[in-house]
Design a protein around this ligand. Structure first.
Ligand SMILES: [Zn+2]
Ligand SMILES: [Zn+2]
Length: 492
C-alpha cells in the first residue's frame, strides 16, 4: 500500500525527481565529424590519487544525422569496460561497477574514455560532452547515474525494509528450481523483498561487499525497491552491521591494523557508516562462535543502532521475546543516557523461506520515517530514530509517538526538555492493529498511565533525564510492534 502510494507520488512528482547532481570534477567536450567515421577516438583525462569511485555521464548531438557514438573506458593499466551505445552513464569503483564495466582499484594517472564511432556522415558535425565525477568517500549512490535509475521518492513518510540478510556472497543458501541447494544468488533475495512489499533492503553479507556489484546490476529492474549494500562486520567478539559505505573496512580486530574495537568504530565513522550491533544477547561459545556482543571497550557513543529483534532469534526461541531478545541490552544503554535507535533484521539465510516463517525476508520489518526513499535519507532517518519495528513484517501497521510540554514538541527519536514535576503529554498513533494493545515503557519499566481512545497519555517528569516509548501487543499479549523512545531531559 505504502509502496504503491509512494510509486504513484513518484510518478506525479517525476519532474521534481530529477536528481540533484553534484558539480562534475571534469567536463570533457569535443567534436565528432565525418572524419571520425568508423574510428576509435581516445579522450584522455587525469585521475588524481585517492579516488574510490569514478562516474561518467555522456551525451552527444547529431542523432538526427544518424551520428552514433559508443563508449568504453581504460585505466592507465587495463581495459575497464565497453557499453557501446547502451548506457549514457556509468560508474566504476573498487567493489562494484555499472554492468558492462569492471570493478577494481582506480589507479591515478591517464585514463581513456574510448569513443567508438560506427557512423558519422561525411559532412556532419556533432559535439559530445562527458561529465566526470571523482569521489574519495563515495556517497551511497554514484553521482552520475541518471534520474530514476534508482528509486528516489522525495516524499517524507514511512519506508519499510529489511536491514539484515545474507546471500551467496556469504552463507546464504537456497533451492532454485530443480537445482540442488546452492549459494543463494542475490536476485532471489531481491525478488523475496519485492514480494514482501518492502521499500528497501540492506544486503549484509559477512565482512564483504562483493554483493554490491550484483545489487548495482539488479537495481534498475527494481525501480521501487531501493537496494543498499551493507555488511555484517563479523569478529570473534560479536556481529555489527554497517550501513552506508561499500569500501573495505578492516575487520581484523586484534591485529596490528585494528588493535581495538574503537579503531574499528572510528573507521566506520570516518567512512560515514551507521554502526549497528546485531543480536547482542545471543550467547557466545562453541554453539555460535562470536555471536553475542562481547567486544570489550566498545564505544557505545559511536553505536547508532542496535538490532533488538532478529529473525534467527525468533526462530530459535519461538518468538521475538525471551532470553535472546536484544531489548534489555538496548534499554540498558538508553538508561545510561545514550540515544540509540532500535531496529530489526530478518538475518535471512534462505530467500525461499515463506513470509510467515521466522527469518523470512522482511520478517521483522524495520520502518523508518525518512525524507524520501534514498540511502542518504534512510540513513539520516535511522540516526534520527523515528523508527519502529513491525515484527510480523506487514505492509500496513504503523506505530508513532509524539510528545509535548510547555508549547514544545518532539516526535519519536527526538528529545524534549521539562522541569521536574511537569506533565508531559504523549500521543501514540497506531494503525493496522487494535490500539488497545498499546503498552508504555518508561526508563525500561512498564508503566500503566490512562490512555485515551486517541492514544493520549501523560507522564510526570522526574528529577532525572529519561525516556518513554511504546510497544503494541495483540489480545493474547504477543508483541507486534516495538517503538523507539522520546528522550526527556531536565530543564533547569
Ligand atoms: Zn550475525
Ligand atoms: Zn547475519
Amino acid at each position: 500500500m505504502l509502496r504503491w502510494l509512494a510509486f504513484v507520488l513518484l510518478l506525479i512528482a517525476s519532474p521534481a525527481l530529477a536528481r540533484e547532481m553534484a558539480k562534475p570534477d571534469l567536463v570533457l567536450t569535443g567534436e565528432i565529424t565525418g572524419a571520425d567515421h568508423q574510428t576509435y577516438k581516445p579522450v584522455t583525462f587525469d585521475v588524481p590519487a585517492g579516488v574510490t569511485r569514478l562516474s561518467v555521464a555522456f551525451d552527444y548531438t547529431g542523432r538526427e544525422n544518424r551520428t552514433v557514438v559508443d563508449l568504453g573506458l581504460l585505466d592507465p593499466v587495463r581495459f575497464r569496460g565497453w557499453s557501446g551505445g547502451n548506457k549514457k552513464a556509468f560508474f566504476v569503483s573498487a567493489e562494484a561497477a555499472t554492468a558492462s564495466y569492471l570493478p577494481g582499484p582506480l589507479p591515478a594517472g591517464k585514463w581513456t574514455l574510448l569513443l567508438g564511432v560506427p557512423n558519422a556522415r561525411p559532412n556532419s558535425k556533432a559535439t559530445y560532452q562527458a561529465r566526470v565525477w571523482f569521489e574519495r568517500t563515495p556517497t551511497p549512490l554514484p553521482a552520475a547515474l541518471p534520474p530514476n535509475t534508482f528509486p528516489r521518492a522525495t516524499t517524507p513518510g514511512w519506508y519499510r525494509g529489511d536491514l539484515h540478510m545474507h546471500t551467496a556472497h556469504s552463507d546464504g543458501g537456497c533451492v532454485t528450481g530443480d537445482a540442488p541447494r546452492a549459494p543463494c544468488p542475490v536476485y532471489r533475495t531481491v525478488l523475496a523483498a519485492q514480494a514482501a512489499g518492502l521499500d528497501f533492503v540492506a544486503v549484509t553479507d559477512h565482512n564483504t561487499t562483493s554483493q554490491a556489484e550484483a545489487l548495482a546490476e539488479l537495481q534498475p529492474s527494481f525501480p521501487d525497491l531501493l537496494l543498499m549494500s551493507g555488511r555484517e562486520i563479523t569478529i570473534f567478539q560479536g556481529h555489527a552491521n554497517v550501513f552506508g559505505p561499500t569500501a573495505f573496512i578492516d575487520f581484523r580486530l586484534g591485529s596490528r591494523t585494528v588493535p581495538t574495537i574503537r579503531d574499528l568504530q572510528r573507521a566506520v565513522k570516518a567512512a560515514g557508516g551507521v554502526f549497528s550491533i546485531n543480536h547482542p544477547a545471543v550467547p557466545s561459545g562453541e554453539q555460535c562462535m562470536g555471536c553475542g556482543w562481547t567486544a570489550k571497550d566498545t564505544d557505545y557513543d559511536a553505536v547508532q543502532a542496535i538490532e533488538v529483534a532478529n529473525g534467527g532469534n525468533e526462530k530459535a526461541q519461538g518468538g521475538f521475546e525471551g532470553l535472546l531478545s536484544g531489548v534489555p541490552f538496548w534499554e540498558a544503554q538508553l538508561n545510561q543516557g545514550r540515544r540509540i535507535t532500535a531496529i530489526g533484521g530478518s538475518d535471512n539465510h534462505d530467500a525461499g523461506i515463506p513470509h510467515d516463517q521466522p527469518t523470512a525476508v522482511g520478517r521483522p520489518t524495520t520502518v523508518i520515517h525518512a525524507e524520501g526513499l534514498s540511502p542518504e535519507a534512510l540513513l539520516a532517518g535511522l540516526r534520527a530514530g523515528r523508527v519502529f519495528i513491525d515484527l510480523d513484517g506487514t505492509r500496513d501497521r504503523v506505530l508513532d509517538l509524539s510528545a509535548a510540554v510547555g508549547g514544545r514538541g518532539a516526535v519519536m527519536g527526538g528529545a524534549l526538555t521539562a522541569k521536574p514535576g511537569e506533565t508531559v503529554t504523549f500521543v501514540a498513533r497506531v494503525a493496522g492493529v487494535d490500539p488497545a494493545g498499546l503498552e508504555v515503557i518508561q526508563d525500561g519499566a512498564r508503566i500503566a498511565p490512562a490512555i485515551s481512545a486517541a492514544g493520549g497519555f501523560e507522564v510526570r517528569m522526574g528529577a532525572r533525564a529519561g525516556w518513554v516509548r511504546v510497544n503494541v501487543r495483540d489480545k493474547a499479549g504477543r508483541l507486534l510492534m516495538i517503538g523507539n523512545p522520546i528522550y526527556l531531559t531536565v530543564a533547569h
